[in-house]
Design a protein around this ligand. Structure first.
Ligand code: AMP
Length: 260
């Protein structure tokens, strides 16, 4: 199915709500969409030892947030690399440059040439359609992204807390292989044992109600300003459902209405 206009999409949802599942399904159904993950881009930079990678390595290891400047630069650079931005200075962000000043100097902010008319702008070509994953994480990041590539659809995935909790607490894993079962809809043939090896299944230490409740609360707090930011822009859309299968058709329909 071909898109009529560029889709610049973000999915927001609590841990365990099925964000990954919905992303995968959207990418399969609409091949013009591609995923851009800030975490993957950062990990790639760490692995290939770019100056940016070296700089963010410790922050990532300790679970902290990388600075907004670096993240913005990373995302803008990636969009530019794909040819999805026009205007701005050529090579406006050289993440792989060996020169510290080149890479980390505020090329966009401080450069007198990087005025408003030279800021990169998003391409409206439907081929420049993407689903952002892991970014923006804060309202401040969203604000800055708006200046470059205004996101035009933000989906808030809503499933009741108890339903997600139920799903998580019925999850069992076979640790050596990573196979995951769910006693509610994907039960092992013999309760408590892996189908392939017959070895015992375990529950993950963080699949407890206490741990999940804390993660859920943290998500509520951090996502609220982000949702409000996009609500004000008029691009927020909420979808409710008890399962991924209930949510997907609604998501497809709305996506088609907006972009096809
Ligand atoms: P993720 O794969 O999305 O969980 O990201 C892995 C790590 O990369 C996070 O723990 C952060 O350290 C960093 N990171 C990813 N996205 C962002 C972002 N939007 N803002 C700040 N740090 C980020």
């Amino acid at each position: 199915m071909r898109l009529r206009r560029a889709a610049r999409v973000i999915l927001i949802g609590a841990p365990g709500v099925g964000k990954g599942t919905q992303s995968k399904r959207l990418l399969t159904r609409f091949p013009q969409l591609s995923a851009i993950s800030s975490g993957d881009l950062l990990r790639h930079n760490v692995k290939t030892r770019t100056p940016l990678g070296i700089k963010v390595e410790n922050t990532m290891k300790t679970g902290g947030l990388v600075s907004d400047d670096l993240i913005l630069r990373l995302i803008t650079n990636e969009l530019g690399r794909r040819g999805w931005l026009y205007g701005g200075r050529p090579n406006f962000m050289t993440l792989s440059s060996s020169s510290e000043a080149d890479t980390f100097g505020s090329a966009l902010e401080a450069d007198p040439l990087a005025g408003a008319s030279l800021s990169p702008q998003a391409s409206e070509d439907p081929a420049a359609s993407f689903l952002l994953d892991g970014f923006p994480r804060t309202a401040a990041q969203a604000q800055r992204l708006d200046d470059i590539v205004p996101v035009n659809w933000v989906v808030s995935l809503q499933t009741p807390f108890d339903v997600i909790m139920e799903r998580i607490s019925s999850r069992w894993v076979h640790e050596p292989s990573g196979r995951v079962y769910n006693t509610a809809f994907n039960a092992p043939k013999v309760p408590g044992f892996d189908d392939v090896t017959g070895e015992p299944l375990v529950q993950r230490a963080d699949d407890t109600e206490e741990v999940y409740r804390a993660r859920f609360q943290k998500f509520q707090e951090t996502s609220q300003p982000l949702l409000e930011h996009y609500a004000k822009k008029g691009v927020l859309w909420e979808v409710h459902g008890m399962s991924s299968d209930e949510i997907s058709p609604k998501l497809y329909q709305e996506f088609e209405n907006r972009f096809l």
